[in-house]
Design a protein around this ligand. Structure first.
Ligand code: ZN
Length: 179
């Protein structure tokens, strides 16, 4: 019923004491029989940044790394422990594209399952609308191979790497229809 990469099919040992007596007690929790350590599978927070050019086209990046090498993506990534969503959005865009963004506006949250090194990480992707004056100065770096601009309605959902990115684009199209 759960995929091979789901935590209950991957985690075998207690991360605290190393015991093999570490059964899943639900689809999202484990309890060690030896040291009583309780481990919960929670969603990891991530950000996606929505930047538009003057033609109303959205900035999409192309992934330079696995998972989903070569697929379209939105700028963003995991939020570091202790970091705010806004800080993570600003940092990720700086790392991936070399530009400063500002005037962040929360757009919505989108759940996802991200399989990396044979392990499913459940994420909640927080999408932010943002502004920048430096779109023409962007340089693809980090885990971004290149970037392009498209009207949201021209984005093929099949080209998006994950259900959350697909749902963000869908929501943007709905949003646009209301304006
Ligand atoms: Zn233990």
């Amino acid at each position: 019923m759960y995929s091979n990469t789901h935590p209950i099919n991957v985690l075998k040992y207690c991360p605290r004491c190393g015991s093999a007596q570490f059964p899943a007690t639900s689809h999202r929790s484990f309890k060690c029989r030896d040291c009583s350590f309780n481990y919960f599978v929670n969603s990891s927070a991530a950000v996606a940044v929505l930047l538009f050019n003057e033609k109303g086209e959205i900035l999409l990046t192309r992934r330079a790394v696995e998972p989903h090498l070569g697929k379209l993506d939105l700028p963003g990534g995991f939020i570091d422990p202790g970091e705010s969503g806004e800080e993570a959005a600003i940092r990720e865009v700086q790392e991936e594209l070399g530009i400063q963004i500002h005037s962040l506006q929360y757009f919505g949250s989108f759940p996802n399952e991200y399989v990396f090194s044979g392990f499913t990480v459940f994420t909640i992707d927080l999408a932010f609308l943002a502004m920048t004056e430096n779109l023409h100065q962007m340089i693809a770096a980090d885990d971004v191979a290149s970037f392009e601009f498209r009207k949201p309605q021209d984005v093929d959902p099949e080209e998006m790497p994950s259900i959350s990115m697909y749902n963000i684009i869908k929501e943007l199209i709905l949003h646009e229809g209301k304006n």
